[in-house]
Write a new protein. Structure first.
Length: 286
């Protein structure tokens, strides 16, 4: 069972609801699309899936039908009765909360291996993905539907026009790729942009052993002046000899460096030691 455009419209009307622009609600109303996402997620019986932004349950149904145990997170309390009605007696646990503020240790306590599958609201997709990579290692894989430009940034590599700070952050933790594009016609309401399906698979360990606080300090500074050569954008951060040690051309620009390059540069220019209360320093790097 999946939700069609007509069925979803009837459900929302029956509860006196309409999609919230403030919450970035664009519900998937094409059964083929949600079945495709569930298939690409490669989940089934024995798997634990968390869905953020479950909405009215279109994708939730498709995920539950795979046999996986689904935890559906939804921030809009008004949608909870709709979601409960849609999932019925399926093995779905519904959690009311904001994905950016949840206690993920508590929410995901039922297993030490999770897959995130979600149609993420465009306005929070990038920070949410990066925060989960930073702080929730039990999420080993992600398959997220996001705005096409955001998806391209998450999966971009050196040489791609979309390559930037989020690309380096994702590459530090994981391997990402765009699996396909989705047109606006499958949503209610219809957005003005295309979406992309992005698969993100967490690495067994970060791509580099360099201090992440130092690495992402350099990344933020350099991409903040991305048109400048590194010897100029990183003035005061990286000495001339450090470029030589790292094997990095000082004439290069930020978008020319892979995450491994950034790791070598961070190792060659460790910078000041962090204070006792400075934390990890990885930061959002968004």
């Amino acid at each position: 069972m999946t939700l069609t455009r007509r069925r979803l419209s009837e459900l929302l009307a029956g509860h006196g609801l309409a999609p919230s622009r403030a919450l970035g609600q664009n519900f998937v109303v094409d059964p083929n699309t949600v079945r495709r996402i569930a298939r690409l997620a490669k989940v089934g019986a024995g798997d634990h899936v968390v869905e953020i932004g479950a909405g009215a349950g279109s994708l939730t149904l498709a995920l539950a039908d795979t046999g996986a145990a689904v935890t559906a997170v939804e921030i809009d309390r008004h949608l909870l009765p709709v979601l409960e009605e849609v999932v019925g007696r399926r093995e779905v646990r519904i959690v009311h909360g904001d994905g950016l503020e949840l206690d993920w240790t508590a929410v995901l306590a039922g297993s030490d291996r999770w897959v995130l599958v979600a149609n993420l609201p465009y306005n929070v997709a990038t920070p949410l993905v990066l925060d989960l990579l930073d702080a929730v290692p039990t999420i080993e894989r992600m398959l997220v539907m996001v705005q096409r430009e955001a998806g391209e940034r998450l999966a971009a590599g050196v040489g791609d026009a979309a390559y930037g700070i989020p690309s380096v952050k994702v590459a530090y933790w994981a391997i990402a790729r765009v699996l396909g594009r989705i047109g606006p016609g499958v949503f209610l309401p219809r957005p003005r942009v295309e979406s992309a399906l992005v698969e993100i698979v967490r690495r067994p360990s970060p791509a580099t052993t360099a201090d992440p606080a130092r690495l992402f300090t350099l990344v933020r500074v350099a991409f903040g002046q991305r048109r400048k050569m590194l010897r100029r954008s990183l003035t005061g951060e990286v000495a001339a000899e450090a470029f030589v040690v790292a094997g990095i051309r000082p004439e290069a620009r930020a978008e020319e460096l892979t995450v491994l390059d950034w790791g070598r540069l961070a190792d060659a220019s460790p910078g000041p030691k962090p204070g006792p209360s400075s934390g990890s320093g990885i930061g959002p790097a968004r």
